[in-house]
Each structure stands twice: as C-alpha cells, then as structure tokens.
Design a protein around this ligand. Sequence first.
Ligand code: CLR
Length: 391
Amino acid sequence: EQAQSVPASQLGMWTSFLKSLASYNGDLSSMTAPPFILSSVSLTEYSQFWTEISDLFTGPASEPDPEKRMVAVVKWFIGTLRGQYCSRSENLGSEKKPLNPFLGELFIGQWSNESEDNKTVLVSEQVSHHPPVTAYNIWNDKHGVQLQGFNGIKSSISATSLTITVKQVGHAMLHIKKFDEYYLITLPALHIEGLFGGAPFVELEKKTHIVSSSGYVAELDYSGRGYFSGKKNSFKAKIASLKNRSAPLYSIKGRWSKVSHIKDEKTGTEELFWDAEKATRAPLEVKPIEQQLEKESRKAWQKVAEAVKLGDYSLIQVEKSKIENEQRELRKIEQENGITWKHECFVENPDPSVDPFEKAYLKLAPQIDHTLEHIRFRFSEEMYAKSAYRP
Ligand code: CLR
C-alpha cells in the first residue's frame, strides 16, 4: 500500500521527502515537499477552527450556573477539534503542509450569524517568524465572549515508524464578560500518521486542561487507534471542582470527531455530550481579495495558492521566493535603520497589572502545572483601535 495516494508523477519527490525526514533538522516548514501534499492555505487561517460553531462558542455566556458553564466550555472546546484536526483530511483527502506565514501576516474574517449585532470577528497575526508563532483574538460583543491565544509548534520525527510528533507551544484564554470569568485552555500534542501511504492524518495524544477562575478544572486525555485496541480520535475527560479534584463531577468519553457521552457523577445519569458529525461548521466570511491590503494572508499568498492548485512545482518555488526575498529585504531595511518590527494588534509579554488576560493566566497556570510560556502574546485593544485593518 505504499504511497497509493501519491500522484504517479510525484512519487519520486514523495520518496525523497520521506527520506529527508530521517535527517530532520527541526524545522518542518523549511522542508521541500511535493505539490500534492501542500495546502494553499496559510497557518494564520487555522485560528478560525476555534469558533466555526457559533452556538458552542457563545453558549457558555447564557448559562447561569458556573458548574454547567464549565461543562459548556468543555463542549465548545471538544466541538472545535474536528475542524482543527480533521478538516484537511475530510475536504482534501489528507493532512496538508500549510503555507508558512511571514512576519506580520494578517488574517481577518467574521461570522455574521443571523444579525449584524451578533457577529463573531477574528483577527489573526503572525507575531513571530523564527520560530513561527500565530496569535489570534476572536470575539462576539453581543454575547460578551472573547477568545485570545497564540501557538507555535515543536516537532520531532521518528524515522523508524515514520511519524511526525508535534508539541504545541502556546495556550488560549477565554473570557466571559457577564461573569468576568477566565478559562485557560492548553493545546494538545499530536502526531502525524499515514506518511508512508502518502495520506497523512493527525491523531491527538497526551493530556490537556481547561481551568477556570470560577474554580473548576477539566482534564482531557487523548488516545488513538493502538496496535491492539482503541479507536481513532478517542478521548476521556473529567470535570472537577478545584477544591475537590479527586471527586469528579462529570466524566465524558467517546470520540472527538464523532460521538461522545457525558455522565453526571452525582446522579449516575448519562446522556449524549457532542455529535461532531451532526454539527454544522460555518465558514467565515473574508473580504474579496481585491479589497484586501498587502499584509492580508489570502492577498499575499494569492499567486502561491494558484500555483499550488495547479500542482506546478517550479511556479510554487518562484512565487514563494518572491515573498521570502521581500521579507528578507524588509528585515534588512529595518536593521539598517535600527528599527524593530512592530506588531499590528498584539503585545509581547504584557504587564499583568494592565492586562487582565495576562493577570488571569498567571493565576490559572499553576493550578494545572502548566509550565509558563516563555514568551506570551496578548491582544491589544488600543493597537487594534488604531489599526488600518479593522473591518
Ligand atoms: C496549528 C494550530 C491549529 C491546530 C493545528 C492543526 C494541524 C497542525 C497545525 C496546528 C500546525 C502545523 C501542522 C498541522 C498538521 C500538519 C502540519 C503540525 C497545530 C505540519 C507542519 C505539516 C507536516 C507535513 C506533512 C503533512 C507532510 O489550531
């Protein structure tokens, strides 16, 4: 079954790509891969998977009970996973190598839902290039919910099993205005299987947490199809009060890409938690490319994206180098003039006495033994208010 998904003309390239994994240098984005495995979408766009299911994102804000609110937050999080980790495989037949965003690249979009006052807006920015880090802020003012976070990856490769293992750096923070509550959300580790056959896909592993300023904690445990047992995309979760962590209030289990069930540990009753296949994930609306500014993702990558769609290897290289050279030139000019790059909407390592997200993070992180992120990015209302990129 080797490489059955690889177009015949790209088999040679695919084989050398697999061979090059053996001498992996730690930077996935720099590896030359054949066109069939390339995505025409930049990683700055991946932030949208957090809020494609609007009801789940805004739901917690209308839940008066803090315990049930925590359950609603966990449901929203589980609801995001299918989009985050399966959508390329579902829509394009396999996981793909995303475009590596340039410094300052912006991706802006919105879901207008049913009315103009009930919209969810997303601003995503590439805040670092070496190493690549994407930050985002997503909010719905009507419901008073705001999610911000950032992520990068650390990857390693097992040459013997031909698996890419990826740890995510970063975290997300949700704020619910009505209750002035913060939730710290950590990001799952993953690995990429199926490389040998040419149809890679993602599986999640290890644990993540969600911990709230209202005093609840959820521990989520991921597993996949093992050699002897287990099903793809499985997970188990426990929700407990921080005061009494050894006595879970709820337990959840099932498959995050399919169906899961929740059990109320007090009453013993069990019910459907989430059915990922029944949910509709709404695509976000993005300005037509002609109206976008140079730094906006789809505008900047337009030519590369077209070349990827054509599967034209040399055209992809030509168009990519144009962007890379332009970036190199920009960095050179900055250096010559002694200026440093300025982010459009995010602040690096903000002062917790002025940034409520940072303050909440510093309180919540120790509750789940989360190693403090070395560099943190937070959205700045002030910078955004001045930005030319506001929709
Ligand atoms: C980015 C942040 C999102 C969740 C997410 C989903 C899939 C991940 C992606 C993140 C980072 C880049 C990633 C991708 C799957 C494959 C891709 C690890 C974490 C790598 C760079 C591509 C490997 C190349 C093979 C497909 C050949 O919220």
